[in-house]
Design a protein around this ligand. Structure first.
Ligand SMILES: [Zn+2]
Length: 218
């Protein structure tokens, strides 16, 4: 399973593409947000909202739904977009996980909400990670690195300038939440060194340049 180019302006997960009742896309820098997509005012939190019932001024970093036709979106430029779907209860989530959101465990907050609202079992959830800054390019200083120690207990270099793998951190959180390794598509391209089809905040410092990731039940 992998993240592949699906059109001139989008990537998709081969894992999620197996579900014909589901639409999903990781749009590139060339694409506009789809009309009608639900987006939140993202604040690097562990706050999850259900759509419909929220709007662009609602603060939070993950959306869930089981209503067909409702498009859930997140906007990113280096942060990790995570799309989650359950083929049993037919619900979905879109998650915005930057380094701050990762430290709040936003991914497992979304899993918990899918479970409490829709009865989704973590072992049946499928998740895909979209284009985001990779461990090749995501360097953090001694102010940030130690905060990842509990996620990377095997590392002894987190007291200094070092590289962090946000995908690996979120993968570990989803596994801890009960997802199965075979149900996670976790190796997306790097936005920073992946070229101009991606926006990268750390590379370009463009405040309004964002890419959109979308998931919807058909
Ligand atoms: Zn890179």
């Amino acid at each position: 399973m992998s993240i592949v180019k699906a059109s001139p302006s989008s990537f998709s997960s081969t894992l999620l593409s197996q579900f014909d009742w589901l639409h999903h896309a990781f749009l590139t820098a060339a694409a506009q947000p789809p009309p009608g997509v639900f987006l939140l005012h993202q604040i690097h939190s562990a706050t999850v909202h259900e759509a419909p019932g929220c709007h662009t001024a609602t603060c939070g970093d993950a959306l869930v739904t089981r209503q067909p036709g409702v498009q859930l979106g997140v906007k990113t430029a280096d942060c990790l977009p995570i799309l989650i779907a359950d083929p049993v209860s037919r619900c979905a989530a879109a998650v915005h996980a930057g380094w701050r959101g990762t430290l709040t465990n936003i991914a497992s907050a979304a899993v918990s909400r899918l479970q409490s609202l829709y009865g989704a079992q973590p072992a049946s959830l499928h998740a895909a990670f979209g284009p985001s800054i990779g461990p090749c390019c995501f360097e953090v200083g001694p102010d940030v690195a130690p905060r990842f120690q509990s996620l990377f207990p095997e590392r002894s270099d987190l007291h200094q300038q070092t590289h962090i793998d946000l995908c690996e951190a979120n993968l570990r959180q989803l596994l801890a939440a009960g997802l199965l390794p075979a149900h996670i598509d976790s190796l997306p391209p790097c936005t920073f060194c992946g070229g101009s089809e991606f926006h990268s905040w750390r590379r370009d410092h463009h405040p309004s340049a964002r890419m959109f990731s979308v998931i919807a039940i058909r």
